[in-house]
Design a protein around this ligand. Structure first.
Ligand code: PLP
Length: 487
């Protein structure tokens, strides 16, 4: 067996270069607009990258959600979709794929990941329960709290460090997990949640060994382990790359073993398989029945769950492709290349490279911008102005205010540059690295942001801000001095 676990290939120079192991057959035209037009666009969008219009964007690195490239086989499968309210053949094909890959018997389809969280939280969380986990995800936490639960993040000391060489920063701290059962009693622990490739702390994976120990502790306390598998393929890839015992294992076997340590697995197929939708898979018939009625109420009949049959077909194919080493390694290989190139030049990024994207540490990048002036948001706006690249703020703008109206400062201020699967090429990646390096050299020109219109709920989505002074004009002047008429 060739056991090619990565698409990164050694060149004559000794350099490790990620190579696209696919060919491009359908393309979408992109525009790189002049800097003055980009400036106009960000002003119109209230310095909030969520409010930009894709016609003004060159590389859209906002998210991997629903933006992965589909394969030829996925698109082809959509033609055989079987339109039926109940009993569609498309559903049975997807059910088989999910059983094969996740190794669980019962399948509940939902319209996207957060819908799975809604159902699981309603069925399994009661007022006053706690839910220990490696780290929260935004929608997960909201659903748990809506149902009276309290999220306990019991990550290891390493998890929030920007620079690290610890390979599994997504691990749960096992002593803290035992402590949770001692403190609250097992009857008040709804379940233990493990999130594969922990999204909000830089796409950092957990190890198989950690998951195995979590399962033992949970079993000893008669408590379920629930696995958020939205980024499970990438986590499996990191287990293969970073955990000695698994270096010769196939992704498929690693996935099966991971799911074997969970009593229930749920996922967003916007991430797992490039289509809308999601699902819950489980072996217990009793628990399946408990969730089934809510599924029919909130999502749709059991054989479509709010998805179109075309999406169901594409999901079935996409889930199987998640087990393909070269498909699953594509995005982490490009991220690793970007992270290592930036790190080598001293640009502060989260290390080691994880899944989902390249995470730039805005506090380290802009130490002169106080957190009350939103360094991650300012960095996202500045990068868009100088490059047309759209990233996502994951810092204090994405946080909330306390009862006195003061900002609750985020643990980390990150600019996330997502690498959806098989979307960007190496030269586009190099462009991103180049412009970030330029911005770092000129970082003292970047200032802060202040609110113009601040919504009370989820302000990061629709809120409008502006620059604290005329720093964008100074940044543009320097850009023109260095790049002339070039875009
Ligand atoms: C995206 C995501 C979700 C929610 O999925 P949606 O399909 O966006 O509703 C849940 N958990 C994790 C880890 C995610 O990344």
């Amino acid at each position: 067996m060739t056991n090619q676990a990565s698409t990164t290939i050694k060149f004559q120079s000794g350099e490790q270069i990620p190579v696209e192991l696919h060919k491009v057959r359908i393309v979408q035209k992109l525009f790189l607009k002049p800097i003055d037009e980009r400036m106009e666009a960000i002003e119109k969008g209230g310095y909030n990258t969520f409010l930009l219009n894709t016609k003004d964007i060159f590389l859209d690195m906002l998210t991997d959600s629903g933006t992965n490239a589909m394969s030829d086989n996925q698109v082809a499968s959509m033609l055989q979709a079987d339109d039926a309210y109940a009993g569609s053949q498309s559903f049975y094909r997807m059910e088989k794929a999910l059983r094969d890959v996740f190794g669980k018997q019962y399948v509940l389809p939902v319209h996207q990941g957060r819908a799975a969280e809604n159902i699981i939280s309603q069925v399994f969380i009661k007022e006053g329960d706690v839910i220990p986990m490696n780290y929260h995800f935004t929608t997960t936490k909201e659903h748990m709290e809506l149902n009276g639960g309290k999220v306990l993040e019991i990550y290891t000391d390493e998890a929030l460090k920007i620079k690290s060489d610890v390979p599994f920063k997504g691990n749960i701290d096992l002593d803290k997990l035992k402590g949770v059962f001692e403190e609250y009693g097992k009857e008040h622990v709804a379940f233990v949640r493990m999130e594969a490739s922990t999204n909000l702390i830089g796409g950092q994976p957990f190890s198989m060994r950690n998951l195995r120990e979590v399962k033992k502790i949970a079993d000893a306390n008669d408590t379920m382990v629930v696995l958020d598998a939205s980024l499970i393929g990438e986590n499996a890839y990191f287990i293969k790359k970073r955990e000695e015992e698994y270096k010769n294992a196939s992704i498929k076997d690693i996935l099966l073993e991971m799911c074997g340590y969970a009593d229930m697995v749920y996922f967003s197929s916007r991430k797992v398989s490039s289509t809308r939708g999601g699902g819950i898979v489980i072996d217990s018939h009793d628990l399946f029945l408990k969730m089934r009625d809510l599924l029919v109420l909130f999502e749709g009949f059991l054989t479509y769950g709010g998805m179109s049959v075309r999406e169901i077909e594409a999901m079935a194919v996409g889930i199987n492709e998640t087990c393909d080493d070269t498909v699953i390694s594509q995005s982490p290989s490009f991220i690793e290349y970007a992270v290592n190139s930036l790190d080598a030049e001293g640009v502060p990024v989260i290390t080691p490279a994880g899944a989902l994207g390249c995470h730039v540490d805005a506090k380290g990048f802009l130490p002169h911008v106080p957190q009350t002036e939103y360094p991650a948001g300012a960095l996202a706006a500045a990068l868009f102005i100088i490059s047309g690249i759209r990233g996502m703020e994951r810092g204090t703008i994405s946080s909330v205010r306390d009862e006195n109206g003061e900002d609750i400062l985020a643990d980390v201020e990150l600019l996330r540059l997502a690498f959806p699967r098989r979307v960007f090429t190496l030269s586009q990646t190099m462009f991103m690295i180049d412009r970030l390096k330029w911005l770092y050299k000129n970082r003292e020109l970047v200032g802060g942001l202040k609110w113009v219109e601040e919504p009370a709920l989820l302000r990061f989505f629709m809120g409008r801000l502006t620059s604290t002074n005329d720093w964008p004009q100074k940044l543009i002047a320097k850009f023109k001095e260095d790049f002339g008429d070039s875009l």
